[in-house]
Write a protein that binds this ligand. Structure first.
Ligand SMILES: [Zn+2]
Ligand SMILES: [Zn+2]
Length: 356
């Protein structure tokens, strides 16, 4: 019985031949049939700046918006990490640099970045409210020296003129957008209290809401709990979102249930460092949000309560700062906004999600 091997051989040969024909058809004669390139994705990078902030948005048209620049460092570590993400996204310039507020972990890396990368407009919430304090004054004067002449101050409701995506500021200098459409009272507010008023820079933080088709990403910088309450109560001004950057590095009290649960994010990202942010209290609030599927973290928290934590596959960096190679987390949003993929820059591990 030798026909079986013969049959196999014949089939395999036929398959190869068909593949060659199919490839020739797909390739076509050179220059006769040029296909338009597939539209690029919307890419969002959470760059590891060790407990500071640097979130890079690159639109399908390759417009680039970076919010925050990490820490001041003699070795320009955080600027180099931002550059690495830019290379991955295939861009060479930042069109809009947003400074969420005037603290070192957000604006500190500006000088090093400006030396290395062309920056278009620099966007802020207005003058620093900490410029009369010693450290606040130094940060403010360094900022003005670099930003004067290309500075733009925005108020809540302003938009960035980006192609294809909607990019709206929802918070600036302690003021917020009005509710865009009538919404029912937020039941989570019934027992909530606003909490102490914060008068510092965190409370003035910029926040934005980005939309591409049905996909929505919300980034509130370091906005303080009392203002999270203002956005959530008596009604949730922001609606529901798909992807949410947990405010203030996910520190203690940073994620308020009234807002986090009303937003119903499918995925949340915490831009914490090994020993800054990523608190068990905020993690618990986010993990319990209705509809949440995953919480991604830039760092495994190495503090005392590190046991209360997310799936290790969703954590980009595991070590202390001195040993850290600074891997990013990346969101890749399909051009129609219907779905997106989250990827761990350290391992390449990824998960897919559907927009609401
Ligand atoms: Zn911060
Ligand atoms: Zn790190």
């Amino acid at each position: 019985m030798n026909h079986l091997p013969t049959t196999r051989y014949t089939r395999a040969g036929a398959c190869r031949a068909m593949t060659l024909v199919a490839m020739a058809l797909l390739t076509g004669p050179v220059g006769v049939h040029t296909q338009a390139p597939a539209p690029a994705t919307l890419d969002i990078y959470w760059i590891d700046v060790e407990g500071g902030a640097a979130t890079l948005v690159v639109t399908p048209e390759r417009d680039a918006v970076l919010m925050d620049t990490g820490w001041p460092r003699a070795d320009a570590r955080d600027a180099r990490r931002i550059q690495a993400a830019m290379r991955d996204a295939g861009i060479t310039e930042i069109d809009y640099l947003l400074i969420s507020h005037f603290h070192q972990d957000h604006v500190g890396g500006l000088a090093a970045l400006a030396e290395r990368v062309p920056i278009g407009q620099i966007v802020d919430h207005g003058d620093s409210v900490e410029r009369d304090r010693e450290q606040g004054r130094a940060i403010w004067e360094d900022y003005l020296a670099l930003a004067e002449g290309r500075r733009r101050t925005v108020t809540a409701g302003d938009k960035l003129p980006l192609r294809r995506i909607e990019f709206s500021f929802v918070a600036s200098h302690g003021a917020f957008i009005e509710t865009l459409e009538p919404r029912p009272p937020n039941r989570l507010c019934a027992t909530a209290v606003a909490g102490p008023v914060d008068q510092g820079e965190n409370s003035r933080s910029l926040g934005y809401l980005l939309s591409l088709g049905g996909f929505q990403f919300l980034n509130l910088g370091d906005l303080t709990p009392n203002h999270e309450y203002d956005l959530a109560c008596p009604e949730n001004r922001l609606g529901v979102v798909d992807l949410y950057q947990v405010p203030h590095h996910g520190g203690g009290g940073a994620a308020r249930p009234e807002l986090t649960w009303a937003l119903q994010p499918t995925v949340a990202v915490t831009n914490n460092g090994p020993r800054k942010g990523g608190s068990p209290a905020s993690y618990a609030v986010v993990r319990d949000a209705p509809g949440i599927q995953d919480v991604w973290q830039l760092h495994r928290p190495l503090g005392a309560e590190a046991a209360s934590n997310t799936d290790p596959r969703l954590i980009a960096n595991l070590t202390e700062e001195d040993d850290c190679l600074g891997y990013w987390i990346k969101a890749t949003v399909q051009p129609d906004g219907r779905s997106w993929t989250m990827t761990n820059g350290r391992t390449g591990y990824s998960r897919n999600y559907l927009s609401k």
